[in-house]
Write a new protein. Structure first.
Length: 515
């Protein structure tokens, strides 16, 4: 079991690695990121299978898709972006210098563990940050395997030792201590509301997300067959563990019967009133979601609820009347179960979607299937979410896997959703820019900064992270080698190394006194 003192050592190593890595130039960073992405991509299938075995959630093939999208896919999406080199704006007489956050504490969920480890690690490396992964206890093995894989690839490509680490035995007290530790520079929290709120109240900067509860409106002008297939495919994708999956289907009455037929042909099973009640009673027996259903397939859930469906059933659709808080089928379900209601017209459909978001999912996302730009505009203007997917399954739409939104496993919900970010988490969220601003008077000349760059390609051996002789930190298993290092290693300073050594000695003495 990793204890708080050992975790503190990990933060020290991460801080040291971040200081070294912050001196790397764009070419060196690109080389490291590419190597990590390729290593992650190569193990996408193995780790997808390992994830389903450990967590009991999701579909292996769909997790492979996410793992690939969050490794090579992420790097390809941001190919050509530079988060390292200074930016010179001669017109405004401003030079912008990137400043990495430093040590990123990345909390990862049980629903999408490996994809989130991939995603957060690669974003941290793109922006010259060190990352410490704190996985959900129910997904600790696959998360740790993924983190070790990325750590080894990073250091083999020239990154400082300790640039990627993982808490292999996570616990609530341990993660709370890490979140509150002054050596943590920013927390990136993906998980339940409690986890995100704890991150925000830790005293350290935090980037968190809010829960989803996605309404999807099928309006009369939609291509009904295409909409039905997209909705079923999206709802069945990885058994709905992405927070972007559709939660409540709202059909305009004029096309509702046609849509029901198309949904059935696409692999959904539409329950009658009695079946919906049985499902409701099983999934929300005590007024809260039965977490046993999260990420399980539709046929399994039906069987547990005492319902008969074919083994090939992909999605269960449970009709209900009113979108109100007391209607449990209008809440988030994180499973291939979709609540369904109807609306007399587009205006009422939009109001129903607003009601779904009021129940949960404010600021998150919504979907609409329509060929009417006026209706789409009204929907986007009135439903209080920050991403609206049009004519695409929302699981992969709002997450950026099948739209041109930034591909992400961390979905910001903005002010309305009580989140610090309102966009899909991106690399620029993990850096600040220091701005060198000249006098705006045209008579005051600006110096020539063309080609100037304080960072350099790695060259020469990097000092090994200083360890006490009785180090029991339980740090990640990374082979000890001499790794390439920034040419400006001297800028880390002998004083800084001495300070690190003093801190280690003080911590060891404190532990000896406690014994």
């Amino acid at each position: 079991m990793t204890n708080i003192a050992q975790a503190g050592h990990m933060l020290e190593r991460a801080r040291w690695a971040a200081a070294a890595y912050a001196d790397y130039d764009q070419a060196a960073v690109t080389n490291i990121v590419d190597a990590v992405a390729e290593a992650a991509y190569a193990q996408a299938e193995r780790l997808a299978a390992e994830t389903v075995t450990e967590t009991g959630m999701g579909v292996v093939a769909d997790k492979v898709t996410k793992n690939r999208a969050c490794s090579r896919g992420i790097v390809d999406y941001y190919r050509g972006e530079d988060y390292v080199s200074p930016r010179v704006d001669t017109a405004r007489k401003i030079v912008e210098m990137p400043r990495p956050a430093g040590v990123v504490l990345a909390l990862t969920p049980t629903t999408n563990p490996v994809a989130t480890v991939y995603f957060k690690t690669i974003l941290a490396l793109m922006t010259r940050n060190a990352v410490v992964i704190a996985p959900h206890p129910r997904a600790k093995q696959c998360s740790a395997d993924a983190a070790r894989l990325l750590a080894e690839a990073a250091v083999a490509a020239g990154a400082p030792e300790g640039i990627v680490q993982v808490i292999e035995e996570p616990s609530i007290p341990l993660v709370q201590a890490l979140m509150a530790d002054e050596r943590t520079d920013v927390i990136v929290a993906t998980g339940g509301t409690g986890v995100v709120r704890a991150a925000y109240s830790s005293g350290n900067p935090a980037l968190g997300v809010g829960p989803g509860n996605v309404p999807v409106f099928v309006e009369a002008s939609a291509d009904i067959n295409a909409a039905a297939k997209r909705i079923v495919d999206s709802k069945a994708f990885d058994n709905s563990v992405l927070c972007t999956n559709e939660s409540v289907l709202i059909a305009e009455e004029a096309i509702a019967d046609k849509l029901r037929g198309a949904l059935t042909r696409a692999g959904a099973h539409i329950l009658d009133e009695d079946g919906a009640q049985r499902l409701r009673a099983y999934m929300f027996a005590d007024g809260h979601l039965n977490t046993d259903v999260v990420g399980r397939d539709a046929a399994w859930i039906a069987g547990q609820a005492g319902l008969r469906v074919t083994p090939k059933t992909r999605v269960l659709i449970a009709p209900f009347n009113d979108v109100i808080t007391e209607e449990m089928l209008a809440h988030e379900k994180l499973s291939p179960v979709l609540g369904m209601t109807t609306a007399a017209d587009a205006a009422r459909g939009i109001r129903a979607a607003r009601a779904v978001v009021r129940i949960g999912g404010a600021g998150h996302s919504a979907a609409i299937h329509s060929e009417n730009p006026s209706v789409i505009t009204d929907f986007a203007a009135q439903v209080p979410v920050l991403r609206v997917s049009v004519n695409v399954g929302n699981s992969t739409g709002s997450s950026g896997l099948e739209t041109n939104l930034a591909p992400s496993m961390t979905i910001g919900t903005g002010f309305v959703g009580r989140s610090s970010i309102g966009e899909n988490l991106q690399p620029h969220n993990l850096i600040n820019w220091a701005r060198v601003a000249y006098n705006s008077d045209a008579g005051v000349p600006m110096g020539n900064f063309a080609g100037l760059n304080p960072w350099h390609s790695p060259a020469g051996p990097v000092p090994e992270y200083p360890r006490a002789s009785n180090d029991r930190s339980g740090a990640p298993v990374v082979p000890q080698r001499n790794y390439p290092s920034p040419a400006r290693t001297s800028d880390l300073g002998l004083d800084a190394l001495r300070a690190e050594l003093r801190a280690l000695v003080a911590e060891e003495l404190a532990q000896l006194i406690k014994r």
